[in-house]
Ligand binder design. Structure first.
Ligand code: GAR
Length: 218
């Protein structure tokens, strides 16, 4: 039997998207093996989630490195040592050194809690709060390939949720998060299936394949 593709997941906090990826792998919706979880912070819930399912973990904390380049080199070394083919940023609160992006060109997927390019450039709950403050009627989340420009790489997929008149940042963030938990595993599965092609380095095209998760927005 062919070995499952190995993915590496980078986290910094709560880990609910990591949990969604683990569940999708367990039930077969995401035919992959999470080979390594790297956290930029020690003692976060995401590390405990990984540990309880037996996934190897590493902490690569910025303050342990003299430069962003050295931090990036440690991340690439850990990913390569674990045989990681595809990297997923699931609530990862650091910007990468360009060396990481070059080592995994078009093989790093991020999820962001807004309909990019709107409300780019900050961590949750910043984008959700900004959407609420702007009075938009629809919000959502975006999966995209990571490039050197923050939150601006080719969009893989998006999910839309309504904004209600009585929403708080927390209620809107919860609604978006539920959509994230469907969108991220589906996008990773589609990329692993070879169904997502980057055009001109700016946008993507999707070849719909059975089981690629292309209908995650439903
Ligand atoms: C998620 O909402 C994710 O989209 C966001 O952080 C949260 C992590 O939650 N990411 C960003 O804001 C990236 N700029 P989780 O740790 O429970 O998955």
């Amino acid at each position: 039997m062919k070995a499952l593709p190995r993915i590496g997941v980078l986290v910094s906090g709560r880990g609910s998207n990591l949990a969604a990826l683990i569940s999708a792998c367990a039930c077969g919706d995401l035919p992959a093996q999470i080979a390594l979880v790297i956290s930029s912070k020690p003692d976060v819930p995401a590390l405990a989630i990984a540990a309880t399912t037996g996934i190897p973990t590493r902490v690569v904390a910025p303050k342990s490195y003299a430069s962003r380049q050295a931090e990036g080199a440690a991340i690439v070394a850990a990913l390569q040592e674990a045989g990681v083919e595809l990297v997923v940023l699931a609530g990862y609160a650091r910007l990468f050194d360009p060396g990481v992006i070059a080592a995994y060109r078009w093989r790093i997927i991020n999820i962001h809690p807004s309909l990019l390019p709107a409300f780019a450039g900050s961590m949750a709950p910043g984008p959700q709060a900004a959407a609420l403050a702007a009075g938009v009627k629809f919000a959502g989340c975006t999966t995209h390939f990571v490039t050197e420009a923050t939150d601006a790489g080719p969009i893989i997929d998006q999910a839309v949720v309504p904004v209600r008149d009585d929403d708080t940042v927390a209620s809107l963030a919860d609604r978006i998060l539920a959509a994230e938990h469907r969108l991220l595993p589906a996008s990773v599965a589609a990329v692993l299936a070879g169904a997502v092609t980057v055009i001109d380095g700016r946008r993507t095209q999707r070849r719909v394949t059975q089981g690629s998760g292309a209908d995650a927005r439903d």
